[in-house]
Write a protein that binds this ligand. Structure first.
Ligand code: PNS
Length: 162
């Protein structure tokens, strides 16, 4: 049996921490779907179309990575896609409580789906999409923390604003 995993998230924007987890997932599972949540925030920095475009471009070299969007309950999407696993990244103890609650709620909603937690490489353990947006907006350097395409798009957004 081949194992299909779903890696869900907001990805606003995609960080190198996400990329690292997806690359690890692509080695572990037969296929992995990067599932971008639609309308996660009222005003995301990157539109869904931009987030899909960025992810497709970043993972174009990985044949077993697919990029898709979803809304509604995650477990319903996972079942619809006939996947067996939800992948979530765990960076630090601070992530644990929220992730633990989500994993157990998803387990209650659908006991056939397993959540697998994966650790990113050490150098990415402090990165989050929220911090990237804040640091960049205030003029800080995010080089090496996000894919080059994301850095470029962030720069363009800032130039349009100012
Ligand atoms: O990148 P994020 O914002 O931490 O991802 C959160 C996400 C998308 C995994 C979570 O909000 C989610 O699964 N939303 C879909 C709605 C749902 O199923 N909610 C119940 C989760 S227990």
């Amino acid at each position: 049996m081949s194992t299909l995993a779903v890696y869900p998230g907001s990805f606003d924007p995609l960080t190198n921490g996400h990329v690292d987890i997806i690359a690890r997932g692509a080695r572990l599972f037969d296929r992995i779907i990067v599932a971008i949540l639609l309308n996660a925030e009222k005003s995301p920095l990157f539109s869904t179309a931009e987030r899909v475009e960025i992810s497709r471009s970043v993972f174009k070299g990985l044949a077993n990575v697919e990029v898709d969007t979803f809304d509604g309950l995650l477990v319903d999407y996972v079942e619809r896609r006939k996947a067996q696993v939800i992948v979530r990244g765990l960076r630090a103890v601070s992530d644990f409580e929220y992730e633990f609650q989500m994993a157990l709620m998803n387990q209650r909603l659908n006991g056939k789906i397993e959540t697998v937690f994966m650790m990113p490489a050490e150098q990415y353990t402090y990165i989050s999409s929220r911090l990237i947006k804040e640091v960049f907006a205030l003029g800080g350097r995010v080089h090496g923390l996000v894919p080059d395409m994301v850095e470029d798009r962030l720069r363009r957004k800032l130039t349009v604003k100012t």
